[in-house]
Write a protein that binds this ligand. Structure first.
Ligand SMILES: [Zn+2]
Length: 200
């Protein structure tokens, strides 16, 4: 029996999350030992996680934050890390039904051969999903841990999504990028695989 393919964005057991000391810095949070690599180009603070894919065991259901962000920014397939599929209607995305309500997602795009694999590999998508083409995707915000002011240190308030235009973004330690899909065309709904005529 073939061993199951491990999606590119899946975190491995050797890739442990670091627990840097979170402090108040200006009107928000920072790390006590912060470096420029801890923030993205929008100034958002990101969680720290080891990078050693292939070592240990894959932890299906846990997404590696750097690979998730890279796949989103470069429009790479979340499973094989090759370019996601694109045609005249746009890039191919496989999103959960609740994401389809507002067309925002933390799940990077897919290529056609991997779309069916993504449904099998992702418990969230097995619960119902929509295959769409999107002409553009715009970074909307991040999903992560939101802090609130506290003394002597900021306190964890909740886990959740925060948009870039929300002042709480300065109080958020990001773990996943959220994108807004625009100019969407539904390919199919609750499909186990793309239609054959969608093949490249
Ligand atoms: Zn792929």
């Amino acid at each position: 029996m073939r061993s199951p393919l491990v999606p590119y964005v899946t975190a491995w057991s050797s890739e442990r999350a670091a627990r840097p000391h979170v402090i108040t810095r200006g009107a928000g949070i920072g790390y006590a030992d912060e470096s420029p690599f801890d923030r993205d180009s929008d100034g958002v603070l990101w969680a720290r996680e080891g990078v050693s894919p292939g070592r240990g065991k894959p932890e299906f259901g846990r997404v590696h934050l750097l690979r998730q962000r890279r796949a989103m920014r470069r429009l790479l397939c979340q499973i094989c890390a090759r370019a996601a599929d694109r045609n005249a209607d746009g890039v191919l995305w496989l999103i959960g039904e609740d994401d389809a309500e507002d067309m925002t997602t933390t799940h990077p795009p897919v290529c056609v051969p991997c779309a069916a694999q993504a449904v099998r590999a992702c418990p969230y998508l097995r619960g119902g999903h929509v295959l769409v083409r999107a002409r553009t995707c715009v970074p909307l915000g991040v999903h992560g841990v939101v802090y609130e002011p506290g003394f002597p240190f900021p306190r964890v308030h909740r886990d959740g999504g925060v948009t870039y235009d929300d002042p709480r973004i300065r109080w958020t330690r990001a773990a996943q990028l959220i994108v807004q899909l625009e100019g969407c065309t539904t390919v199919n709904r609750n499909a186990s695989a793309p239609e054959p005529d969608q093949a490249p």
